[in-house]
Each structure stands twice: as structure tokens, then as C-alpha cells.
Design a protein around this ligand. Structure first.
Ligand SMILES: Cc1cc2nc3c(=O)[nH]c(=O)nc-3n(C[C@H](O)[C@H](O)[C@H](O)COP(=O)(O)OP(=O)(O)OC[C@H]3O[C@@H](n4cnc5c(N)ncnc54)[C@H](O)[C@@H]3O)c2cc1C
Length: 360
């Protein structure tokens, strides 16, 4: 893609959500010469892949926010979409403003606890309280929890870091067993203590992301762990608020192989909010965006649509800034290569380049 296409009158694409999927879609629409509106409740793209580093390195956070308006000008509109009206072909923003579309790309992504996700309740100041804690407990040993524990132990080798996980196997179950095992080995090499096959039973009573001496954390196996800081890395859920009432979904959007939302030829779902049997990844959101925009172009010119096919699993885990584990297209990569390719800069350069702005 990239070449301008002849866009019929009346075509205006609305992209809801400027995460990894949304900015990829908006860039492709712009290169192809489409009129479009990118909507997001924030004024800046948040690079959540790099968010964990921002909580251990003071000053890093500003690199994880890239302002939309500088890239997209008046094609960007800030606001929270509260409703989609497929009959009237419009989206309704908080406050009542309506934006009409001929084609709609929904990329509302997912939300979860700070610091992995930066939602409205979170404050950037929360990230730096790690400095004041002598011990940190990370809850949840999925991909985010594994990366979080490694980031903290790398920046603060003298702090006690404990990772508690409800299962034996760490990281994402879609990753190769050997890569998951390697993640465990790196954590142990760095000195992270693992509490596996146990669940925190009093999580709702504990303060999160805030240092407080001698917090008592209880587990479902009757153990009590003492820590100064609890960071929660579980509980990612799809942001369905924009469309739940009209598109009959209280979670991810059901899509066909062309990424069209079930029942609509002009509404597409991209990224974490699309119900696809694959890992929820920024990398996949970019691939989905490409297919959705290609299919809008094909549908306007009467060409056959392109199906989206899930590929072999590609996932990289930054184990702090100096180490990493992962696989590309199902093949395990050497640790030094992941460290070089992902962990050093967390692929921030790629998003700044995509947004055509200079990284501070
Ligand atoms: C800590 C962490 C590390 C990760 N590491 C990797 C990695 O290394 N590689 C990788 O490929 N993936 C990684 N991921 C996963 C990746 O971040 C997600 O898959 C990706 O962000 C999904 O992109 P998206 O565009 O679907 O949604 P999101 O990035 O979640 O963006 C959604 C956007 O929609 C906006 N929005 C939501 N609702 C509304 C509304 N009603 N109105 C207006 N705007 C709205 C939000 O403000 C947000 O900007 C990681 C995730 C986390 C949490």
C-alpha cells in the first residue's frame, strides 16, 4: 500500500481508538488519500509496550506519549466515543457530538492495571514510588508480569523482587515451552524470587503502586508474604464501551475473515478488540489495520477482499534493558538478539517514525 487511490465522493473513514492498530490504519488511509477522522479519548498515542520501563526509569515516560495532532492535524479529534449508530452511520461522542462515517474501523483495544496500561485513573507519579520500596511483589506471571519483575530487578538489583503466579508455567501459554522456560531461567539468574501455583487472596484490600512498609499479602495456600509495594499485572479486558450497546457485544467484536464485524460490510474491528484466536499483540494490531484498510479500498473498487490469516506465534519479552527471550514465526531467538531488537529501546523508535515525529 502507500499509493494514492481514486476515492469516491462521500467516502469518509472514522477510526475509533489511536493505539497501535488505530495509528497504523490512520497512516495507511492518509497515504492512500482518504478523508478520515481518528478519534481517541487521549491527546497522545501511548506506547504501552514501553510503559513498564517508564515506571522504573525516571524521565522515560515522556518518550512513551506521542501527540496525535502533530501527525494527523485536523484529521484527529479528541473525545470518548460512547455509542455507534450503524443505521445513521455515525459515532456519538461524550457530550453529544456526532461524527458521520461511510466506513468505520473500531480499534478501542484493551485496558488493565497501571503501569502496563495507562488509564485515566492512573498518575505518572505512581511509577516512581518503586525507588522508595525495599521489596516489591509483582502479581501475575503472564508476559506483562514477567517483564515487570525483570525490569525492576535490572534497575534495582538490591531490592527484593517476588513474582507470584497462579500457575506453574510463566509467560504466555501460546509461546513455545522452551521460551517460557528460558524466561523463568532469566528471572532466577537476575535474582527474582518465584512463588508459583499460588494466588493472592487479599488483592482487593492492598494498595497498588504505592509504597507502604510491611504490607501483608496472603495467598490461597495460606502463606503470608511481606512487601513494601504491590504491582498488579493481571486483568486485561477489552474496551467495549464505545460499541457495546449497538453492536451486541459485551467484549471483543466478532469478525469474519476479512475483519468485518459480523453483520456489517462497512465496519471493521482491528487489534485487541477483535475476537480472533491469537495473542493480543501490537504487532498483530498493525497487521489487522493493513487488512482492514486494504479491504475498504478493494470494496470501493469492486476487487476481491483480502482474508486475515493468523500466523505462527511471534512474541518477544524484554527481560530488563539488557536481556530478552522470544520467538519469531515460531522459531526461538537467541537472548542477545531479543535484547538488541526489543529490550534496548522497546521499539519506541518504530512508533515515533510511524508518527513522523522526533523522539525527545
Ligand atoms: C506491558 C505490555 C507489554 C506489551 N508488549 C508487547 C510487545 O512487546 N509486542 C507486542 O506486539 N504487543 C505487546 N503488548 C500488547 C499490545 O500493547 C496490545 O496488543 C496493543 O496495544 C493493542 O493495540 P490496539 O490498537 O488494539 O489497542 P490499544 O493500544 O489498547 O489502544 C486503544 C486506544 O483506543 C482508545 N479508546 C478506547 N476506547 C475508546 C473510546 N470509547 N473512545 C475513544 N477512544 C477510545 C484508547 O485511549 C487507546 O488509545 C504489550 C502489552 C502490555 C500491557
Amino acid at each position: 500500500m502507500g499509493a494514492q487511490v481514486s476515492v469516491p465522493d462521500g467516502v469518509h473513514v472514522v477510526v475509533v481508538g489511536g493505539g497501535f492498530g488505530g495509528i497504523a490504519a490512520a497512516q495507511q488511509l492518509r497515504s492512500a488519500g482518504f478523508g478520515f477522522t481518528l478519534l481517541d479519548l487521549r491527546d497522545s498515542f501511548h506506547h504501552n509496550v514501553a510503559a513498564l520501563r517508564a515506571s522504573v526509569q525516571p524521565g522515560f515516560a515522556q518518550r512513551t506519549f506521542i501527540p496525535y495532532a502533530e501527525t494527523f492535524g485536523t484529521s484527529f479529534l479528541q473525545g470518548r466515543v460512547e455509542r455507534v449508530d450503524p443505521e445513521g452511520q455515525l459515532v456519538v461522542l461524550q457530550g453529544g457530538r456526532e461524527v458521520h462515517y461511510s466506513h468505520l474501523i473500531l480499534c478501542t483495544g484493551s485496558d488493565g492495571p497501571f503501569p502496563g496500561k495507562f488509564n485515566t485513573e492512573a498518575s505518572l507519579q505512581d511509577g516512581v514510588t518503586i525507588q522508595a520500596a525495599d521489596s516489591v511483589l509483582v502479581v501475575g506471571g503472564g508476559a506483562t508480569g514477567v517483564e515487570m519483575a525483570a525490569e525492576i530487578k535490572t534497575e534495582y538489583p538490591d531490592k527484593k523482587v517476588v513474582l507470584i503466579h497462579s500457575r506453574i508455567g510463566l509467560a504466555d501459554p501460546l509461546m513455545a515451552q522452551s521460551v517460557r522456560q528460558q524466561a523463568k531461567e532469566v528471572l532466577l539468574e537476575k535474582g527474582v524470587e518465584l512463588v508459583l501455583d499460588q494466588k493472592v487472596s487479599n488483592l482487593s484490600e492492598l494498595p497498588l503502586n504505592r509504597t507502604q512498609k510491611n504490607l501483608q499479602v496472603r495467598t490461597d495456600k495460606g502463606e503470608t508474604l511481606e512487601t513494601d509495594l504491590v504491582i498488579c499485572c493481571t486483568g486485561i479486558r477489552v474496551n467495549s464501551g464505545a460499541y457495546a450497546s449497538s453492536l451486541a457485544a459485551d467484549g471483543a467484536l466478532k469478525v469474519n475473515q476479512y475483519l468485518q464485524v459480523e453483520g456489517f460490510s462497512n465496519i471493521f474491528a482491528v487489534g485487541d478488540c477483535a475476537d480472533l484466536r491469537e495473542a493480543k499483540l501490537a504487532y498483530h494490531a498493525g497487521l489487522h489495520a493493513y487488512v482492514a484498510v486494504s479491504n475498504i479500498i478493494s470494496s470501493l473498487s469492486g476487487k476481491p477482499l483480502t482474508p486475515y490469516r493468523t500466523g505462527y506465534v511471534s512474541m518477544l519479552l524484554a527481560m530488563g534493558r539488557d536481556d530478552g527471550v522470544g520467538q519469531f514465526n515460531g522459531v526461538r531467538l537467541p537472548r542477545w538478539l531479543v535484547a538488541l531488537g526489543k529490550s534496548r529501546d522497546l521499539l519506541l523508535w518504530k512508533s515515533w517514525r510511524e508518527m513522523q515525529q522526533k523522539q525527545p
